[in-house]
Design a protein around this ligand. Structure first.
Ligand SMILES: [Zn+2]
Length: 394
């Protein structure tokens, strides 16, 4: 069963619960990025331990490697990657679009050459829905075109219109696949139930185009609505302007997903505007490079000053990296000094532990925001969080 419950609200900020095929997800939530079927360096059991509830997979990459046959033989992506909680898959639109000269966009879809082996391939709304059906993600995304930044109004409008036509085709193809599944699996056990399809609002930095996109997507009807085409290189003020314009107009009873955003501050800003779902590579990617997020500002662990530092990354952090050692002393499980050493010698454990801490930090901020909204003290929490973050870590 799929649905969204709004449990509490403070200002525009929402505390909700999303019911998906593989279980409920409390919102607002940060979704972990597992592009190729792995959250880089972090095993699924550790994901659960840091409070992860929903993981992303990438349609384009998984289609190319290992290919659908392999995943179908496992019975879907959950079994393939051994993550049995909810999953979301993107449509592959962004990746084909990013191929540049290797791809050709037409009304029908996108023809491109596989960057893996040079094969000529074709991705369309229909193909994307078929792939996402095999992956059996709890939330599938419509196939759309990412509007480049910067874009003229004319170009943004044409791209948005194409995305709308593709969204309608995605909805039809998704429902057709769903009807077919019902015929094949009338009992509808977990893993064969209908999943959710989200529409994606486009329109670049133009508010009126965003309005058209949203209104027409709502006419088609989706289980949730994503905001695409932000965090693509535009100034932060533009992102916040589009967000503030759009979220109050989005359907109140449906989940809202801000794609590919962002920093801890962006998450707080998004929640304040009424966003429920986020995803971003930043906590993992920065972690691999030794950039650690903490309550009191960011910390670059490669810096020589941490060579002899026996403290945890963040004294307020409860992640498995910062938690006290199980050996009876007051030391953290992993000291800054050790993490500094691992990063300096480029040991993969250093990258894994840093990712684990950063992801844990992102998930904890979301948990704090959920609690604060439920208790009607989100505004105060937000002020305190901003003050803590600005303080800087010693
Ligand atoms: Zn930590």
């Amino acid at each position: 069963m799929t649905g969204f419950e709004l449990l509490a609200q403070e200002g525009l900020a929402r505390r909700g619960r999303l019911w998906l095929n593989h279980g409920p997800v409390d919102t607002p939530i940060f979704m972990l990025v597992g592009t190729y079927g792995a959250v880089k360096g972090v095993p699924p059991e550790m994901l659960a331990r840091i409070g992860a509830r929903i993981v992303l997979g990438n349609t384009f990459h998984l289609w190319l490697r290992p290919g659908l046959e392999v995943i179908a033989r496992h019975g879907g992506l959950h079994r393939f990657v051994n993550w049995h909680g909810p999953m979301l898959t993107d449509s592959g639109g962004f990746q084909v679009w990013s191929l540049g000269d290797l791809r050709k966009i037409s009304e029908e879809g996108v023809a491109f050459q596989s960057p893996v082996n040079g094969d000529r391939l074709f991705l369309s709304p229909e193909v994307s829905m078929q792939i996402q059906r095999v992956l059996n993600s709890d939330i599938a995304m419509v196939f759309d075109e990412c509007t480049p930044y910067p874009s003229t109004r004319e170009a943004a409008a044409a791209s948005m219109e194409l995305s709308l036509r593709w969204a309608a085709r995605s909805r039809q193809a998704f429902d057709r696949e769903d009807a077919e599944q019902s015929r094949l699996f009338p009992a509808r056990s977990v893993g064969t139930a209908p999943n959710a399809l989200f529409g994606i609002v486009q329109g670049g930095m133009f508010e009126d185009l965003r309005d058209v996109s949203l209104a027409r997507l709502v006419e088609i009807g989706f289980e949730g609505y994503a905001i695409g085409g932000l965090s693509v290189g535009e100034p932060k003020e533009d992102m916040l302007r589009v967000l503030a314009h759009l979220t109050p107009k989005m359907p109140q009873a449906k989940p809202r997903y801000l794609m590919g955003v962002g920093t801890p501050e962006d998450l707080v800003a998004g929640v304040s505007e009424g966003v429920d779902l986020f995803d971003c590579v930043m906590p993992s990617r920065n972690g691999r490079n030794g950039w650690l997020f903490t309550r009191f500002g960011d910390l670059k662990i490669r810096n020589a000053r941490y060579k002899d530092d026996l403290r945890s990354i963040d004294p307020t952090c409860t992640c498995p990296v910062c938690s006290p050692s199980t050996h009876g002393d007051d030391r953290p499980a992993f000291t800054r000094s050790y993490l500094h050493h691992l990063q300096r010698i480029d040991e993969m454990l250093g990258a894994a532990l840093a990712s684990l801490h950063n992801l844990g930090f992102y998930l904890r901020i979301m948990a704090e925001m959920r609690e604060a909204i439920a208790q009607g003290r989100f505004a105060a929490w937000r002020v305190e969080f901003a003050r803590d973050r600005a303080r800087g870590i010693d």
